[in-house]
Design a binder for this molecule. Structure first.
Ligand SMILES: NC(=O)C1=CN([C@@H]2O[C@H](COP(=O)(O)OP(=O)(O)OC[C@H]3O[C@@H](n4cnc5c(N)ncnc54)[C@H](O)[C@@H]3O)[C@@H](O)[C@H]2O)C=CC1
Ligand SMILES: NCC(=O)COP(=O)(O)O
Length: 335
């Protein structure tokens, strides 16, 4: 393991009316037992100041986080407002979540933060304040100067990693978005990132078909034969270890999962349903193909339980741990 040299990690607050501040605070509380590297929250100090049993301290510069971290949760205060009311979304809260995300990206790009972890935002709320991206993945990739097709969303848990090849689009639009160039770009980005972030030298990649039974030889849809197979053939010629399109309903049980390191799936729910079924509380969303490390918990804002003190922080803690692993593996790989 390389010597730990990373700067503190920046955690954007997410929608302040959701569970973001609570799971950040609880992660800080469990920092020692979970071996979490120093981090700081970005948001409105008032949203952290009222967390039960969690001392908080304002910091003016990210570099102060490491000194403060042992005694209090460091908060980089960027938004002046009254504390959000749990579960009650506002435009101001959405602005705060976007502002925190923007600053987190900037700090990671400038090298002042070692990685970013993004707490859950509400896409509905962000769209109301003019956010024009399908999700945080595309926003972060643009801020890093990376084309959308080369920034890849991966959801990863201890026994499964999945990549949805299309992300936040309507189901009826999936087939037209699933092109050979998209499949090739996603597969290549996933392969490279598995090597660089996870230290897996020759990743085994499985790919699921779009249609039931992977199209049943073209009888139940022909995207597998017409679009996916030519892309797969090209990837194999380049040396990639990738399967033919597999029936999605039989590739996620325990014995099937040990045969691959990552599963590429044509659309969001095909990938995220198995992942969240297995790993809702310890799954992590990581964006691959970026010059920075960005992770996020796999769950959403959980407005229905915000403010009750019952939010489970494990997915956030796993996101912080995975960011540290990715930073360390990149240091080894790049040098
Ligand atoms: N990383 C992100 O920014 C993500 C954001 N979202 C956003 O979250 C919003 C709500 O989405 P939903 O589909 O309702 O999913 P959700 O994950 O927020 O909630 C689904 C269920 O899981 C529970 N839950 C979620 N996180 C929990 C935790 N840490 N501890 C205990 N219980 C937890 C909730 O109470 C709810 O019953 C949407 O606006 C969506 O855009 C959804 C997924 C990821
Ligand atoms: N379903 C995953 C999700 O909503 C998170 O997406 P992103 O905002 O990280 O792009």
């Amino acid at each position: 393991m390389a010597e730990w040299t990373a700067k503190p990690f920046a955690i954007s607050c997410g929608d302040p009316a959701g569970v973001g501040p609570e799971i950040i605070g609880k992660s800080w509380q469990r920092r020692a037992e979970a071996g979490l590297k120093p981090f700081f929250a970005i948001g409105n100090f008032a949203d952290f100041d009222n967390l039960a049993g969690i001392p908080v301290r304002k910091i003016e510069q990210p570099m102060q986080a490491s000194d403060v971290f042992d005694e209090a949760l460091p908060v980089f205060h960027i938004h002046e407002a009254a504390a959000a009311i749990p579960g009650e979304t506002t435009m101001d809260g959405a602005q705060c979540s976007l502002h925190a995300l923007e600053i987190a990206c900037g700090l990671a790009r400038s090298g002042d933060a070692g990685a970013i972890i993004t707490a859950p935002v509400s896409k509905t709320q962000l769209y109301k304040v003019g956010f024009r991206y399908p999700g945080q993945t595309e926003f972060v990739s643009e801020r890093c100067g990376i084309a959308r097709e080369n920034a890849v969303m991966m959801l990863a848990g201890p026994s499964l990693r999945v990549v949805p090849m299309t992300t936040h689009i309507a189901l009826k639009e999936v087939a037209e978005h699933l092109t050979a160039p998209l499949i090739i770009a996603r597969a290549r980005a996933a392969e490279k990132a598995m090597i660089r972030n996870f230290g897996i030298e020759k990743p085994r990649i499985a790919i699921s078909g779009l249609n039931p039974h992977a199209g049943e030889n073209g009888n139940l849809g022909d995207e597998e034969q017409r679009i996916m197979q030519p892309a797969i053939d090209e990837l194999r010629l380049d040396g990639m270890d990738i399967t033919d399109p597999m029936p999605a309903d039989t590739m996620f049980h325990e014995e099937a999962r040990i045969k691959y390191d990552v599963a590429l799936c044509p659309y969001h729910d095909q990938a995220l349903i198995p992942l969240k079924t297995l790993h809702f509380f310890d799954g992590v969303n990581i964006t691959l193909g970026l010059p920075i490390v960005r992770t996020s918990p796999d769950h959403g804002t959980a407005f229905n339980i915000a403010g009750q003190g019952i939010a489970d922080p494990r997915s956030m803690m796993a996101a912080i741990q995975m960011a540290a692993t990715a930073v360390a593996n990149r240091q080894i790989h790049d040098h």
